[in-house]
Every structure is written in structure tokens, then in C-alpha cells.
Design a protein around this ligand. Structure first.
Ligand SMILES: C[S@@+](CC[C@H](N)C(=O)[O-])C[C@H]1O[C@@H](n2cnc3c(N)ncnc32)[C@H](O)[C@@H]1O
Length: 330
């Protein structure tokens, strides 16, 4: 993980250095890499089984954050605003939900991008949320008072809390009226879990943007549809999910050994955390199934040189923007 983060940081994110199709042809004709291509006999659902209070995938991440409690892996994603310029806002008040916020690598540039932007960041690890708070509070050049609201959530198991968007506002905003009571408890707004809300407010009324930045790849494939549906349910009509994650045939995928493969394009690191590698087709299908419209979807292919060993690395990320449609006028 640490090595991946370092390699990501060194790359030029906003360029397109090679054609993904050329890389695909090369990988798919290389017999030594055939173990990445064979259809898998292990269904991904076998690794994501969950209890009602915690998921196995979240447990692995909690341990990861507990072991790496120094914040050493914190790297602000400075390229983010180049990729998602809609996050730059000079005056309007903008609400963003950062899903799987970790130690705040994505939160920080978004807070810097607009002085009226408010970020709600969730993660399954209390340790990392504490660290995110410290890092954001200590950051130079941003006034964050009342603009960053971290909260604890295992989104593999629970829906987003009622204070983000309550069931009745969700229906009146033209969203799918999902009965969230069916999938466990859904946290009601209170002074302790949503101290920023006014006495007479039922919820914050949904968000303008949901960011899914290297988070979806960290959960079992069979949970992704439900998680995207939950994310979409927090969006205002016309709001966007901004997506960036590992792409099919990224160098880090090819480094996994055959025994680390736990599903098709799905791998488990030695510490139990998961990594999935998206094709454009899979990403499109997942987001469209949640009722979202694809605005942008492409591979981002970057050639960079590892400063430590001089080796050339071909990195592949998937970049996507998906919109929640406006309700039909009746
Ligand atoms: C690779 S990190 C990405 C962090 C951040 N989005 C960024 O841009 O750096 C994935 C994050 O998702 C969180 N995560 C994984 N599974 C989760 C779950 N089931 N519920 C909540 N958070 C989860 C992990 O704790 C981790 O912080």
C-alpha cells in the first residue's frame, strides 16, 4: 500500500501517455501473465461475508490504519482539482461527501478549492478519522472551522445516516424511495452525531458531489452495486459522483501473485485489504445500474519512472463522472 501511494504521488496524473488498447494487447498475449486473465473459480462474494456490525473488508482496513497510525502515508491529492474542476467553487455553498476518506488526502484539496465548501467524510476506522481531523486542522492556508465533518460508518453494512438526507427528502428530491429500514439501522439526526444541524432541520438535504477516490476498489466486488446505490441516494438531483480508481492492467495488478487472486480482477494484499481493477465496461455497468448517467469515463494511462530503481511503470486509472438525473416534470 505504502509503495503504491508513493508511486501514485510521483506520477503525472493529467496526461495520457499510451493507448490502453496497446497495453491490453501486450498483456493478453503474454503467457507469463495468463493467471490474471483466466476466469476465476473463486466467486468474490465468498470474501465479503459480513456480520451485522462489521464487514471483513472493513476489519482489514481498520487493522491497516491501526498499524499505520503515524500519518506517514498522508499525501494530499493535489491533482484532484485538475481532474475534477467542478469542485472548485468561489462563492456558492457546496456540499461534498467523501466516501472512505482515510486520512484526508482527498478532503484537503476539496476544502482548499472553495471557502464555502463543506466536506462530510466517512470511514470505517476511528483511528484514521482522528488522524484526518488532526491533518486537516493543522493544514496551512485553509480556514476549516465548521467545514469538515468526519463520521464513522461501515458502508458495506449500513446506509448513510439520515442526517445526510432523510427518507422523505430523498423521495421528494426525486430519488428512488428505498426502504433503508430493511438493511439495518439508519442513524437518525441528533446533536451528538450531527451537531452542525439546526434544531428544526430534518437533514442537510443531500450533497452536490460524492467522491469515490480509490475507495470502491477496496471493497468486495459483490458489494459495489449496493454501495454505489447508497452513494447515489445522498445526491441532490443533478449531483455528481466523481470516481477515480485502479484500472485494468495497472502495473500494481500485474505484480500480484496467482495465490493473491480472490476473484476476477480482484486481489487480496497480504494484510487482508482488497484491490479491484476496473475496466470501463464494468464501471459503466455498475454506475448505470444505480440510475446514474455517464458524463465522462476513460482510462488515464501514465508512464512514469520509479525514482528508487529507475524502472518504467505503466499506471492505469479509471476516471469517471456520473450524474443523478433531474426528476421528470409531472
Ligand atoms: C485506499 S483508501 C482511499 C482513501 C481516500 N479516499 C483517498 O483519496 O486517499 C480506502 C479507504 O476506504 C476505507 N474503507 C474500506 N472499506 C470500508 C467500509 N466497508 N466502510 C467504510 N470505509 C471503508 C478504508 O478505511 C480506507 O481509508
Amino acid at each position: 500500500m505504502a509503495e503504491e501511494a508513493e508511486e501514485e504521488d510521483e506520477a503525472e496524473y493529467h496526461s495520457r501517455d499510451f493507448a490502453w488498447e496497446d497495453l491490453r494487447d501486450e498483456i493478453e498475449s503474454d503467457a507469463s501473465l495468463s493467471h490474471h486473465l483466466l476466469s476465476s473459480s473463486l466467486p468474490s462474494s465468498s470474501i465479503g461475508s459480513s456480520s451485522t456490525s462489521s464487514s471483513i473488508d472493513a476489519d482489514a482496513w481498520r487493522s491497516f490504519h491501526h498499524r499505520h497510525s503515524t500519518g506517514r502515508f498522508f499525501k494530499e491529492r493535489r491533482y484532484l482539482l485538475k481532474e475534477f474542476p467542478e469542485l472548485v467553487s468561489c462563492c456558492d455553498s457546496v456540499k461534498v461527501l467523501e466516501v472512505g476518506c482515510g486520512n484526508g488526502s482527498t478532503v484537503l484539496p476539496i476544502l482548499r478549492a472553495g471557502r464555502n465548501t463543506v466536506v462530510y467524510g466517512c470511514d470505517c476506522s476511528e483511528d484514521v478519522l482522528e488522524r484526518a481531523k488532526e491533518i486537516v486542522s493543522a493544514a496551512k492556508g485553509i480556514h476549516i472551522k465548521d467545514r469538515f465533518h468526519p463520521f464513522l460508518l461501515d458502508f458495506s453494512i449500513h446506509s448513510f445516516p439520515e442526517w445526510l438526507v432523510c427518507s422523505s427528502c430523498q423521495c421528494s428530491l426525486g430519488g428512488k424511495c428505498v426502504d433503508f429500514s430493511l438493511d439495518g439501522h439508519r442513524e437518525k439526526p441528533s446533536k451528538s452525531n450531527a451537531p452542525f444541524m439546526g434544531e428544526d432541520q430534518c437533514c442537510i438535504g443531500g450533497v452536490d458531489f460524492v467522491t469515490l477516490i480509490f475507495t470502491l476498489s477496496a471493497v468486495p466486488f459483490d458489494k459495489m452495486s449496493l454501495i454505489i446505490e447508497r452513494c447515489a441516494s445522498t445526491l441532490k438531483p443533478g449531483g455528481l459522483i466523481l470516481f477515480r480508481d485502479y484500472g485494468l492492467y495497472d502495473m500494481t495488478m500485474l505484480r500480484f501473485s496467482p495465490d493473491q487472486r480472490v476473484g476476477s480482477r480482484e486481489y487480496m494484499r497480504s494484510d487482508g485489504t482488497l484491490s479491484y481493477f476496473f475496466s470501463l465496461d464494468v464501471a459503466r455497468d455498475l454506475f448505470c445500474a444505480a440510475g446514474l448517467v455517464t458524463l465522462e469515463l476513460e482510462y488515464c494511462c501514465i508512464r512514469s519512472v520509479n525514482r528508487r530503481n529507475g524502472k518504467t511503470m505503466r499506471r492505469v486509472w479509471v476516471h469517471g463522472k456520473f450524474q443523478k438525473p433531474m426528476p421528470n416534470p409531472s
